[in-house]
Design a protein around this ligand. Sequence first.
Ligand code: CTP
Length: 400
Amino acid sequence: MLEGKNIVLGVCGSIAAYKSALLVRLLVKAGAHVQVVMTPDATNFITPLTLSTLSKNPALVNYFKPDTGEWNNHVELGIWADMLIIAPASANTLAKMANGLCDNLLLAVYLSAKCPVYFAPAMDLDMWLHPATRNNVSKLQSFGNTLIAPGNGELASGLYGEGRLAEPDEIVDYLSSALKKKLLLANQKVVVTAGPTYEAIDPVRFIGNHSSGKMGFAIADELATMGADVILITGPTAQVSKQYNVKRIDVTSAAEMLTACEHNFKDAKVCVMSAAVADYTPTHVAQQKIKKQDTGFNIELKKTTDILKFLGEQKAEGQLLVGFALETNDEEENAINKLKRKNLDFIVLNSLNDAGAGFKSDTNKITIIDRNLQKTVFELKSKDAVAHDICLKIAQLLKE
Ligand code: CTP
């Protein structure tokens, strides 16, 4: 999978930098073109000569070549790279990346890179567990950078715990399988909806629901790791996407979600409608805050457009439409009705009777029923693992 790939390997000042020699060797052996960029401190742990020899390319440290004064063009490097891997990534470099600092060549390449970025941290246990580091890692993930998690074991300090750089062969395996996965949906445009919708009653009140958006965001991220160009249309939520190829469109109401879906579905290959769209919206939205009265209070509601059904009517040959059904009774019968009524390729059924399934939890238990009424029942899993199952079904149907 790495054959012919242009890889910039960033090496930081950490004792684990000694492992970068083996990593370079494995990448070159796998057929990749490797350009090493070191932070100045990394040179205290391993020499540029070692990494230049193994990568067959002069390892770069400074903005200028010390002998000729020639410029090391970080922008060109950022464009040249198919992947940027920072291994080992020190706590200091992670903090600088998370905050956009740019005081060495590696950071300038990082800021210029247009390719997927992977970072494999290495540091002592307490540094790794510090809230500042945790925060920096989450921030980098929210930029779409991928964490290759450190391992557990004896650390250079003598402590035991998490913080050890992932082994070079594990890093190479990780990169290869990420590339392999990418081929499944490479460059396909997909639309995913997530979260609740809010239907305004007046300028301060709305009708909403408990959807957290977790399932939709997990699906969007998973489709992105399979190489799809994802348009994520989301209602109000605190979720953040972890993938760089997810373009987020924020909406509030069912009507706004409909407009965004209609606009984006036309040239999309797939649409996964996991949002909890309001079925009703107030007939009139008060322009000013409604004052309380001594009597009761009624709000007149009108139906919203069923977006999924609308898309099912527009669906062209070769497009794939996936819906969700959250049921409390006669689950399969209701789900099959929706599948047919909305012209879906498959429906993902959740039952509120299953413990661990539902809006706010981190887990879900699903049954997939496809257009041939073929049924697959899955175990209770994390929402990320459920997203993987759903996306594999999408990839399988696209192949057919
Ligand atoms: N959905 C939609 N637009 C709506 C309502 C729902 O696109 N206005 C989509 C949801 O995103 C989900 C699927 O339809 O994928 C199932 O939603 P649900 O509300 O359960 O379906 P209904 O047909 O409205 O059935 P019910 O009688 O259970 O409310």
